[in-house]
Design a protein around this ligand. Structure first.
Ligand SMILES: Cc1ncc(COP(=O)(O)O)c(C=O)c1O
Length: 438
């Protein structure tokens, strides 16, 4: 009897993956190239999610892939409590040189949440103070501590109480909501975040008990909210007045996403600790913090760490990612393509009152969908948002939503995207808005 020819086993049913992974498509992808994801059947999708802001250098950038392949053939795991490895040493040094001021010292971990945990632990141990202030609309992760900091949406935390204490939430300046529908955050913003913070200090916690204020320079998951220009500089002044550390969570805004390597540079603000992940290694799991060296020196040996932190292959990918960002001018491209997207979306929004706001910084761009004629004209429209997202998908464009009310479409193009791809995306979005009834 002749043996049957070997066949590729059929793919397991998608139900093997638990529903806790909420998901925007049913796509199985085979590979990625640049801004595109490709299915086994050869269907191509313009990936303007960048895997939630991760693949800033695009999918499978050859320089990053080569670095990963070369490193994987040499060493997969060189544990940080046991040995040093060359990619790690080079990356620690390189990261410390990325931000002016300092001097800086880096710490490497795996995920964004883990890096936020490191920042909070360092802030507490370095100051000897217990409390942390985070902002409404913020997202910092899904571990217990980072859930406690998060205030973007109920689903991220409400079912998981009790959460770690000594966490307080301040008001974030959400200009569109506060200022009667201003289209761009500017000096006319009427947000009273500073008065609210003052009230928090008088009603809930003494400022000299606060170790740190953690802030997303541009709110991500909570709705792509760009603050008015004075916000971060004033927050820096207030934190200095009270000896409170300022933690910038740049997990989503970092590595060129906003048109600066780190978003705090837009306002020339120097945080005490900066948290990074996502775009750092083009998709391999890696995260870290940058802290002023004298703070990092107060982290007692052994009080923090982890088996996989600073994985050697991830470090090689991060070094190659930084090469690509620098050599291909990706930060400048984020600025230019971001401007193209914003201009295009503003033109599209002109005769569509359901687009309440168009906003963004660099390639962190969003539209907020509302119900014109209902209430004050800014009632969130989550159903319309979903229809637009679906209509874009049907036309080959992958987009994510965001916002407390799920009524924001965020456009997270990879930083390598071309002017032609941005035009394609704008064309698809205009058509999808028509189809969805916006
Ligand atoms: C600003 C911010 N902080 C922290 C996190 C958590 O990162 P991770 O999902 O890698 O744990 C995210 C993830 O979206 C984020 O956007």
């Amino acid at each position: 009897m002749v043996d049957a020819l070997p066949t590729t086993p059929a793919l397991p049913d998608r139900s093997v993956v638990p529903a806790v992974w909420s998901r925007i498509t049913n796509l199985v992808v085979d590979h990625g190239e640049g801004a595109w994801l490709v299915t086994p059947e050869g269907d191509r999708f313009l990936d303007y999610t960048s895997g939630i802001g991760v693949t800033n250098t695009g999918h499978a950038h050859p320089h990053v892939v080569a670095a990963v392949q070369a490193q994987a053939a040499k060493l997969l795991h060189g544990q940080q409590n046991i040995v040093y490895h060359e990619p790690g040493l080079r990356l620690y040094e390189r990261l410390a040189g990325l931000l002016p001021g300092g001097p800086w010292s880096a710490f490497l971990a795996n995920s964004g949440a883990e890096a936020v945990e490191a920042a909070v632990k360092l802030a507490r141990v370095a100051t000897g103070r217990p409390a942390i202030i985070a902002f409404r609309y913020s997202f910092h992760g899904r571990t217990a501590q980072t859930m406690a900091l998060t205030a973007a949406k109920d689903v991220y935390r409400a079912a998981f109480e009790p959460l770690p204490g000594s966490v307080y939430h301040a008001a974030y300046p959400y200009c569109y909501r506060a200022s009667g529908g201003a289209h761009a955050p500017d000096e006319q913003c009427t947000c009273d975040w500073e008065a609210q913070l003052d009230l928090l200090f008088h009603q809930l916690v003494y400022p000299d008990r606060v170790a740190a204020i953690i802030v997303e320079p541009v709110i991500g998951e909570g709705g792509y909210i760009v603050p008015p220009p004075g916000f971060l500089p004033r927050l820096r002044e207030i934190t200095r007045e009270h000896g409170i550390l300022l933690i910038a969570d740049e997990v989503q805004t970092g590595f060129g996403r906003t048109g600066e390597l780190f978003a705090v540079r837009h306002w020339n603000v120097e945080p005490d600790i900066l948290v990074m992940a996502k775009g750092i290694a083009s998709g391999l799991p890696l995260s870290g913090i940058l802290a002023r060296r004298e703070l990092m020196e107060r982290f007692p040996p052994g009080s923090h760490g982890g088996t996989y932190g600073g994985n050697v292959v991830s470090c090689a990918a991060a070094l190659a990612t930084l090469d690509v960002i620098e050599n291909e001018g990706l930060v400048a491209n984020a600025r230019e393509r971001g401007r193209q997207l914003l201009d295009g979306l503003r033109a599209i929004a002109r005769d569509r009152p359901a687009i309440g706001d168009v906003r963004g910084l660099g390639l962190m761009v969003a539209i907020e969908l509302v119900k014109p004629g209902v209430g004050d004209g800014r009632t969130p429209d989550a159903a319309l948002t979903k229809r637009i997202q679906q209509a874009c998908f049907d036309r080959g464009l992958l987009l994510l939503t965001a916002g407390t009310d799920s009524n924001v479409i965020r456009i997270i193009a990879p930083l390598i995207t071309t002017a032609d791809e941005v035009d394609q995306a704008l064309g698809i979005m205009a058509e999808a808005l028509d189809v969805a009834g916006a």
